[in-house]
Design a protein around this ligand. Structure first.
Ligand SMILES: [Cu+2]
Length: 247
């Protein structure tokens, strides 16, 4: 009877350990405007907190028992109490439950954020990105093309409006590159013959940068570009100017 109820306790804990974290991780995901950059930040902080809290608890418990049951004279035989079967199982199952619940929570949260990152919001501004040794070009849907020269620091680079999702459709003309926007917490590889994508949403005006994150030859470390987020009205003015220039 006791064995049976023990089994039940273990299986309920296992179910909760798997189920609850997944529910928690998904809570709030529906209907909310996704913000992968904030979600990745949040997840990273959770990983750090968990590492330090769980690590701290286990380290403290380990040190406490090492000290408590230390040998005080040579050849001493331990006098630690012998655990009952129930206590022994508890000591194995409860820490494992804590660890697994946390692992599943983080994994489920990671999948949720990954889905956000892979699902481009409707009405996103589309920009074609071409990576080449060792530069980037950006082509907007109206044919306007921009670029940036890291040596002379000239060119507009990637200009985007604040408050609107931007999807980059990317390819490479030569080798594998990787478009990395550290500020927006997104990165994706570019390769010849394939179009890959990423999206991000600037929340505030300002200048950040994007850099190649895949070693691609001598000038790999110079393969970066300006990324300028501007208010929507300013973006329209800039775009109109670029169109006039082109015409
Ligand atoms: Cu590159």
């Amino acid at each position: 009877m006791r064995k049976k109820s023990m089994k039940r306790v273990v299986s309920v804990m296992a179910m909760l350990g798997v189920g609850l974290p997944i529910l928690w991780a998904h809570a709030g995901a529906q209907g909310a405007v996704p913000d992968p950059a904030a979600s990745w930040n949040h997840l990273w902080h959770e990983v750090l907190v968990d590492l330090f809290v769980i690590g701290g608890v286990f380290l403290a418990a380990g040190l406490f028992w090492v000290y408590k049951y230390r040998a005080t004279r040579p050849g001493q035989i331990g006098t630690a109490p012998k655990l009952t079967a129930l206590a022994a199982i508890g000591f194995a199952v409860i820490p494992a439950f804590l660890f697994m619940a946390d692992d599943f929570y983080l994994a489920a949260k990671g999948w949720t954020v990954w889905n956000e990152y892979r699902n481009v919001p409707r009405n996103a501004l589309e920009v074609k990105v071409t990576g080449m040794m060792w530069n980037w070009t950006f082509e907007y849907d109206n044919g306007v093309v921009t670029t940036f020269d890291p040596d002379s620091k000239t060119g507009d680079g990637l200009v985007v409006p604040v408050g609107r999702a931007v999807v980059l459709r990317m390819t490479s003309t030569d080798v594998v590159h990787s478009f990395f926007l550290p500020e927006y917490r997104v990165k994706e590889d570019l390769m010849p013959g394939r179009v890959t994508y990423l999206w991000f949403q600037p929340k505030a005006a300002g200048e950040t940068l994007a850099t190649c994150a895949e070693f691609c030859g001598n000038r790999h470390s110079f393969m970066w570009t300006k990324v300028k987020a501007v208010p929507a009205a300013e973006f329209d003015t800039w775009m109109a100017g670029m169109k006039r220039q082109g015409a």
